[in-house]
Design a protein around this ligand. Sequence first.
Ligand code: COA
Ligand code: AMP
Length: 632
Amino acid sequence: MSYAELYQRSLTDPDGFWLEQASNIPWIKTPTVGLSQDENGAWRWFEDGQLNTCYVALDQHVAAGRGDQVALIYDSPATNSIAKFTFAELTDWTARVAGGLVSLGVGKGDRVVIYMPMVPETVVAMLACARIGAVHSVVFGGFAAPELATRIDDATPKVVISASCGIEFERIIPYKPLLDEAIRLSEHKLAHTVILQRPQCVADMTEGRDVDWTSWAAEAQAHECVAVSATDPLYILYTSGTTGKPKGVVRDNGGHAVALEYSMSSIYGVDAGDVYWAASDVGWVVGHSYIVYGPLFKGCTTILYEGKPVRTPDAGAFWRVIADHRVKSFFVAPTAFRAMKKEDPDCELKAQYDISSLKYQFVAGERLDPPTYHWLQENLPGIPIIDHWWQTETGWSICTNMAGVELLETKPGSPTLPAPGYDLRVLDESGHELGPGQEGAIVIKEPLPPSGFPTVWGDHDRYVDSYFSQFPGFYLTGDGGYRDEDGYVYVMGRIDDVINVAGHRLSTGQIEEVVAGHPAVAECAVIGIEDVDKGQVPMGLMIVKDGLNIEAATLQAELVQMVRDNVGGIANFKRAVVVPRLPKTRSGKILRAVMRKMVDGQPYVVPSTIDDPAIIDEIQGCLVEAGVISSS
Ligand code: COA
Ligand code: AMP
């Protein structure tokens, strides 16, 4: 079937289309219902189905005779080691860790927070939760203690699983002090933590509360897979919204398994036995979907890479991994290629490796800027460079080129066409559909296809308010863009206060809360400005309290440290400029977009609702003085 036929069918007969895909999953109770609505009115998939996600990822392959196939390759230049685990080994290990969790009182529906580096134990911990129907919430290791505390308070876990440290290039980052601080800051009190002691750094343990992973996992009794409803939650993944408080995106078991299994062959062009690699972090949705669940559902070998694109040891690291493990389909954020391009502009290091196994190059996480697209095209001749667009909220692609169905023409700057099940529209501010070339808000007509999130953890009103109230009947993606004459989608950037820093999704509100907390700051605005390496970086504009005499450089240094301590180094907050006033509308809304465009050198229109137009020249003067923009 062609892409066009497939896509059409997914919209005209969603139940039939997705129930057919659902037949590829080993259900405990096969669903007979496709779509339905729950008590909140949210659309759900496969409500009468029962399954176990860990069984789909692991046990089914052992039962089918693939137990000796390698399921997981841990490739870690950070520790100079490589380890391989077969489906049988991973199943046994996961079953024991599941038993260990049960021994700590964790049961179906209980939450477990996982704050871990890129080690196999992280994957096992996630799958072990799924095995017993517990809900995991993985927190990216780059987040500072207050961010972890916020997530602990929201998810109220019974147990937190963590490690003594992470490794960033040559630096050891002790995790345990961050976890201890997060536990101190959080109101929710937990009974236990389980700590993986890594040889690079041994953590101090709190007697009675902290459990040692190694002896705990060794002594635990293996636990069987527990049947859960298709609509039961599998995980919560916190993501940045427009306010400082992150949103707990909930993912269910059934729709997730069906959509991800489907995506592996139809989008990524891989089958059981193929080697698939997503060079992301398990702390992000890409890591959940395409380091852990998707490839394992399909019976692929997946790679867990504890390293960077550069300096581990050089900009040839990715080519080395592809060659060593015969990777067929590779997925990474464009920012990683920009880092490589900077160090090896002519891609000379690639010549040292045989990367003939590579058939498809996928990118996502941020806009694929045309220079990076052309660099890839030049250096990977004959390999399709496939940009695809998706979000934590969907768990898989909204727009893509379906390599396993029909490779369509690619156009630089476009993630091609909507994936099956996504009825995509571009709307103007009053909700009217826009035509080709006209830029507006990208929305998806309800219902979202399987894996689409059914709620925000503990706050269904926020789900409705944030995503479904602006254009009733449509899911607001938060991204703006347009379609061309052929329907190709162009995603141009966020239309809210979310920014994308080196493929990491952050909220300006989150950083603003920290900056506003400095005793010298009366008021502030944080904006995301263009950056050649990271895509975007945040920049602060602050008004200093009257009568305070603080050097701009001192204030900037203090704010940079505060953002590191409260959000994390990944925020890449390095610039803060003192201004006398902030531009606002008469109703008090800060004109962030005007300031962002001013810094990025883009044309901007000052709205007629501005409080005092003279502020614009004042801000411009401050930015010139601070060396952010030039005077011309
Ligand atoms: N734990 C602790 N600290 C971390 C961390 C982690 N897991 N990840 C990053 N950091 C730190 C870095 O060490 C750095 O610290 P520094 O300011 O003291 O040097 C800081 O946070 C900024 O990190 P980053 O902007 O990520 O830069 P980097 O040089 O460490 O890495 C890339 C560059 C391109 C490799 C990295 O940004 C990347 O892989 N991005 C892709 C993200 C992604 O996959 N997103 C998912 C969508 S596809
Ligand atoms: P996250 O939820 O962390 O995966 O971030 C999702 C956001 O990243 C989207 O809303 C987009 O703003 C951005 N994004 C992801 N993939 C792409 C892409 N291929 N092109 C443009 N933006 C993207």
